[in-house]
Design a protein around this ligand. Sequence first.
Ligand SMILES: [Zn+2]
Length: 451
Amino acid sequence: MPQPDVLEKLVSLSKRRGFIFQSSEIYGGAASVWDYGPLGVELKRNLQDRWWRDIVRWRDDIEGLDTAILMHPKVWEASGHVSGFVDPLVECKNCKRRFRADDPALKGAPGTPEAQCPVCGSKGTIGEARQFNLMFKTFMGPVEETAAIVYLRPETAQGTYVNFLNVQQATRQRVPFGIAQIGKAFRNEITPGNFIFRTREFEQMEMQFFVEPGTDMEWFEKWRAWRMEWHKGLGLASDRLRFYDQKKEELAHYARAATDIHFDFGGSLGFAEIEGVHNRGDFDLTQHQTVSGKRLEYVDQANNKRFIPYIVETACGPNRTLLALMVNGYTEEKVEGEEEGRTVIKLQPSLAPIKAGVFPLVKKDGMPEFATKLADELRRKFPVFYDESGAIGRRYRRQDEVGTPFCVTIDGQTIQDSTVTIRDRDTLKQDRVAADKVAGWISQRIDDSGS
Ligand SMILES: [Zn+2]
């Protein structure tokens, strides 16, 4: 069954409720650049924390790393990005718009009289394709000359490769082991789009696993399976996830195997990549060894061997995965006994930006005072939203729409016996809980939802 297209609705909800804003909006916006608002930054951080916990903290064979965005320009010569990180680009001579030469909206072969511009409709104005490098170039220091050119990194992986021996020697890890990092990367995409799915500035959660040659396919298969389970563990629906194994002719020239994990975003985007798992062989370390002239071999003292490890990489896009979580959780549903339906984003409590709404039923009889005090106490444990304005039903709806899993209401009975109700976002069931047990009650459910 095709999934509904909810992207447009999410764009407007994201702005209205403070998940995601268009960059520089008061100046007309920067195309395909997005800012994360108060709720978006919490959701993104929760997702990245989950990854870091599962990959780095809960394993003893993977180390964390955080390398700089700017690197020595030779890195990108060694990695092949200077010569090979290119897309074929064409330009319309009439409207000056640029497209990827393989853009399906282009009709006719570029450079021929039949070629038609998909924007202005002119015929014969699309020039021949030329190679366009996707790396952002800038200058290091005050001199703008060729010798000072540096690049904004197009991936975090190279920072890991050039530090491979530093990390290995500092931690005394033995192959097989991994190095993980989360950070920004930049690609000057010719056609970004689909909200935060494809942007020129984005984040990566990448892990490079160093293994002995010959064991690489075994590790590749393990990581391929583990990463799929991880995405399911976030609550993404199994029937919206699939593997896409790259065919031989699709593989990067150095790759020994590659699989994408696709999520079904619905609508015109459909199934699209949220993570890639790659067997990169010894390409990267060999290249850096050759270009730098420094040995990057691993010395296996126990077995008296030395070799350049093969690398199995897992590269997850947190922005895309965040979008997948919102698409996956977005639900419009009827509520029994109510005319108006509700919009809910069903996120696991551990991922939800706000964990609890705290509401006094009415603004009198000591309820706001009790509720404020409880909210202050809960805020020390997790993000809380205090709300005393409007009908209680509307306050519930406002929290449903941003995925808040629990709403705590202070009512007449609270003033008598210090108990409150906790409403579950998904079942709408209400539990009566002693006020001094609320923090533990909610914390337990947050923890249970994330492991
Ligand atoms: Zn045109």
